[in-house]
Design a protein around this ligand. Sequence first.
Ligand SMILES: [Ca+2]
Length: 212
Amino acid sequence: MKAFFEEYGLSIIIAVAILLLVCMSTPVGKAISTSLINAKDGLVSVEGDAKTKADEALDDFMGGGVTPDSTDETEIKNKITSDDNKAIGKTATASSTITPTAYQAWEAIDGNLGSMWGSATSGTNEWIAIDLGSVQKVKSVCIVWEGAYSKKYRIEASDDGENYTTLRTVEATKAETVELGLPAGTKCRYIRMYSEEAGTGWEMKIFEIGIF
Ligand SMILES: [Ca+2]
């Protein structure tokens, strides 16, 4: 093979170059090259919602876009404090808080890994919901639990903030930092963490919830 290319390599390159020049000089060749240039310029100028839709379509095409579960604490915390986190700056409501003024729902979506939301009880039938402001594609939810965790909880979605459907149920044996992949194609306005079963006797607490 090496000897073949040493003998004929230059001839092959010249032949291909001539072929390309001939093709480009024909009406069909010109039309194809013009179309390719227009397509490239079009892609470069796509911005905003159209770009998001194009990205989502490509993402779906490439395999459904399911984010794998993770417990990589460093990676998840970096993600949560990045601009990719859809939850930061949105609004949150909760079933209860530890005190009227501290451990508020918004403290779980402030991008601050030191502040937290805490429920008045140890967590059975307590919840926190985040309103993204509009229906959006959601691929994963990250939760940074404080030591007082939930050992069984649901991640739910809603479009109206009242009727929720369960995306998945999670069982835990300790307080962890987790990323939970959601079913492919999930779109919703509200995400809710609904705790079914307390993990400890302390008031349940979450440092941060990230939505991606
Ligand atoms: Ca926080």
